[in-house]
Each structure stands twice: as C-alpha cells, then as structure tokens.
Design a protein around this ligand. Structure first.
Ligand code: DSN
Length: 492
C-alpha cells in the first residue's frame, strides 16, 4: 500500500522543494517563538496532528508549501480598497500586479470571461454575487427609469422605494438537509433574511435532485436568483438544465461551486457539469478541492462583470493582498497537468470509499457518489451523527456530522457523517487505501453504541466505544498515514 512517489509528487506539489521549505519554516517558527512561544508551539502541533489523523472533512485539503509561504508576507500590510488600477490608497502598484495575476489565472483555468479575486471567504463571494445581481437586475433598471445615474442622486423617497425593492427579491436554493449551503437561503443566515427565500429538495426515494420538481418550483415561485451548488450532495449536477430552468422563469443562475471547484478546474466536471459557461455568476472558495488558501472568488459573464467589480465598496473592505497572492500561486498550480490527475483521483477515490461502505452493508444517501463526497446514514448503526463523529475522532478519523434529507435528528445531532476525499488524495491515497478507510470507519461504528441519558432514555450525544477499538484503528490508520506522508521531506 505504499504510494507511488511519482503520483504523490504530482498530487501534492511541494516535495520537489521540500528542503528549502523546511528551512523557511524552521526560520519562521524560530522568529515566532521569540515573540509568542505558545503560537509557535500550536503551529508545530497542528502539523503533527494533521500528519497523524485521517482527514476526511470534505471541505478541507492541504495547500502546498508555496501557497502557505506566500501568505506570510508584507503584502498583508497594504490597504488596497478599490479595483485594479483604481484604488482609494496610494502605492498599490504591487497589489495591482497580485490581483491581476490571480484574476488572469482564474479566467484561464475556468474559461471565465471575468474573475474577481478579492472576496475573503465563500460567504463574502456569495454576498458580492447577490448584490451584483441585485444591482444589475433591480437597481440599474430602476435608476435608468428615474433618469438617475447613481443611488446617491436619488431623492429620499425614491431611495426608500428602491431599498424596499432590493430587499424583497426572491431566491430559490437547495435546502440544507438536501445538501445545500447556509448561504443559499437558510433562514438564520443573512441570505435567508435579505431575500424572500424558498428551497428545493431531492427526491425522497432516491435522494437525487429532481429537475422536474425543481422546474415546477421555479415556475411557481419565479425567483430572481436560482442558486445551484451544494456542500453535502454526493452527486453531479446538470448545470445546463439549471440554466434552462432559470431562463424559462427569467431568473439569474448563480452557482456556488465552492465544494467542487477542484473537479471543475481539473476537468473532471466538463460540458453540462461545468457550471462556469452555464451560470451567469459562479462563486467559489479557494481552499477546498481547489487546494488553495482560505478565500473566495467570483466568476461572471460580461453582463455582471461591472457590478461584481464593485464588490468593494459594495460588500467588502480592503482586500487581503497576501491571500490574493496565494490564490494566484494555487491557481497557477491548478493549471498544471498534475492537477488534473489529482482531481480525477479525488473522484475515483470517492467511488472506492463509497463501494467500500456499500459492500460492508452501510447505507449511503443517494446510494453512492459521483463527486468527492460520500454521505453515510449512521442510523443503520443505531447512532446519531454526533455520536459517530465523536467515536471516529477518538479513533483518529476526522469527519463532520451532517444532516441527511428529512433528518430525524435535526441539524445539531444529525443522522449523517459527511466524508470527502480531497485531503487524503493530496496525501497520495488511492482506491486501495480508501477501501481500508471504509473498513476502519465501519469497524469504529459497529463497535459504538449509544449510552443512556441517566434518566432512562437513550442519549443522542453520549456513546460507548468498545474497549480496544480506538487503539486498533489508530494503529491501522498510522500504517496508511506513514505510507503516505503529509508534506514529504518537510521537517521542522
Ligand atoms: N463549512 C464548509 C463546509 O464544510 O462545507 C462550507 O462553508
């Protein structure tokens, strides 16, 4: 089960400059230690912990040392509100270069007419997209009808009317328990408060997206914005169909590809499964399957580009220039052929993990996967997601609990565990290792039982892991991890 070094190198950029990166990190940690030793210690410990655990959180990955090192610079110190070549501060020539290069790589990689690299996170990217769509679809026509160029020129009464219109638009997104995201209209999130929202779900029998039901919901609700994309749906989406539905009802199609941007960049999702040519506006984070720094990105068709470009001051303050620089480095990495083999392995490995669960009798939402996510229904083990997540963590397997459709245990305890393959694929794991991961997970869950509440009931949080299980699984995981080292050659 030893990883092929050639594949590991291709999958995890950085091994070729590991010694230089080691020197850089040793020096940096020495400097940090001289100021606040606890932070140096926590930073060292985080690497050790990540090296020693099976990281299966679908939204996490391991960025290359080049990406990580890029963030530790004086670019962090520069304010650069505005856009490229049009800043509200002097001295932004180097930030202009950084943002230009990041946007250029994003456009080339995704084949997008326009890219905006400033959002600090996924929620920021989505807020920029929402307001750019509102500005284009609602504000601009209203201003034109009133013969006014800028909102500041509106009378108080007209501004009040426009504000009410902007705040009363409709949004249709995937429901949280079907796999949608908080920012797609979930009521406690700002997206559910600023929009009149409704959600679409999945077929109750198959767990799959039902395009006919979605079209019916769109026809009835007539949203201004139809959102595609997910954070826990284990299947591919036909974005050409979503665009047809959006066009039929006059909606703008916005796709949040945060989870699967790496599969789009790596050309695993092409044609109808590639959202970028179909969506009017596409948003993403840069740190999940895309394997870059923590941050956001917006791609847009030309008719939305000007409005997206006003992300600052519309929604954002000063861009994080050091992170935009790291986005540029990560996007440059993603344009290398090796990234495509990594992306294909992410999808192949998810299938291997799903097959490993299925052949051991576990129940998966939708019966399998064809992206990077596997959603395990743990009620078949008699557990809640909370109990399963904790028992797995005790055994060195890091996951997160997740709702499943019509979840009987609600959004806190949940009935599912979401698994993702990007991080361990970056480490070099292949199908054989993922089958072994499935075996270890099943071993933990079959050896876990719920505890009583103390007042006669069954707890949704407390559990008992059979003696010896955690040690056995830790040891088996260590074998897999040692054969596929994280940041090979990097020593602190
Ligand atoms: N928290 C991310 C995820 O785990 O999917 C999305 O925001």
């Amino acid at each position: 089960m030893t990883a092929d070094p050639a594949t590991t190198y291709a999958a995890a950029p950085g091994a070729e400059y590991a010694e230089t990166a080691s020197q850089a990190y040793r020096a940096a940690l020495q400097v940090i230690e001289s100021v606040e030793p606890r932070i140096a210690a926590a930073t060292r410990k985080e690497l050790a912990d990540q090296r020693d655990s099976l990281k299966l959180i679908a939204s996490e990955n391991y960025a290359s040392p080049a990406v990580l090192l890029t963030m530790g610079s004086w670019l962090s110190d520069k304010y650069a509100e505005g856009t490229i070549g049009h800043r509200f501060y002097a001295g932004c020539q180097n930030v202009d270069t950084v943002e230009t290069v990041a946007a250029e790589h994003a456009r080339e990689l995704f084949g997008a007419p326009y890219a905006y690299a400033q959002p600090h996170s996924g929620i920021d990217a989505n807020l920029v997209a929402f307001w750019a769509i509102l500005a284009t679809r609602v504000e601009a026509p209203e201003l034109a009808a009133l013969g006014v160029k800028h909102v500041n020129d509106l009378s108080e009464a007209d501004w009040e009317t426009l504000r009410n219109k902007l705040g009363n638009q409709r949004l249709l997104g995937m429901s949280l328990d079907a796999g949608g995201h908080l920012t797609h209209g979930f009521r406690p999130n700002i997206s559910g408060k600023m929009f009149h929202q409704r959600s679409y779900g999945t077929d109750p029998e198959t767990g799959l997206l039902d395009y006919d039901a979605l079209a019916d919901a769109a026809r009835e609700f007539k949203p201004l914005i139809l959102i595609g994309g997910y954070s826990a749906y284990p299947r591919r989406v036909n974005f050409a169909k979503l665009r047809e539905i959006a066009d039929e009802v006059g909606a703008t199609l916005m796709v949040d590809m945060a989870h699967f941007a790496g599969l789009v960049a790596g050309k695993v999702f092409t044609g109808d499964e590639d959202p970028v040519p179909h969506a009017h506006v596409t948003t993403t984070t840069t740190h999940k399957s895309l394997r870059g720094p923590r941050g956001g990105l917006v791609l847009a068709q030309p008719e939305y580009a000007d409005a997206v470009d006003k992300g600052c001051p519309m929604v954002l303050g000063g861009p994080l220039s050091h992170v935009m620089a790291a986005k540029a480095v990560a996007l440059a990495e993603a344009r290398q052929p090796a990234f495509q083999s990594y992306a294909q392995r992410v999808a192949d490995n998810a299938k291997a993990l799903a097959d490993g669960f299925l052949k051991r009798g576990a129940r998966l939402v939708t019966g399998g996967t064809d992206n990077h996510i596997v959603l395990l229904d743990v009620t078949s083990f008699g557990l809640t997601g909370r109990q399963a997540e904790s028992a797995l963590l005790d055994s060195g397997v890091v996951t997160n609990r997740n709702s499943i459709p019509a979840d009987p245990n609600g959004a806190w305890y949940t009935s599912g565990i979401r698994f993702g393959t990007p991080a361990l694929t970056t480490r070099g794991f292949g199908a054989e290792e993922f089958d072994r991961v499935a075996e270890l997970v099943v071993e933990v869950l079959t050896n876990t039982e719920p505890s009583s509440t103390g007042s006669g009931g069954i707890s949704k949080a407390k559990y008992k892991l059979a003696d010896g299980t955690a040690d056995r699984v830790h040891a088996a995981a260590a074998e897999l991890l040692n054969a596929n080292p994280l940041y090979p050659g990097l020593t602190l």
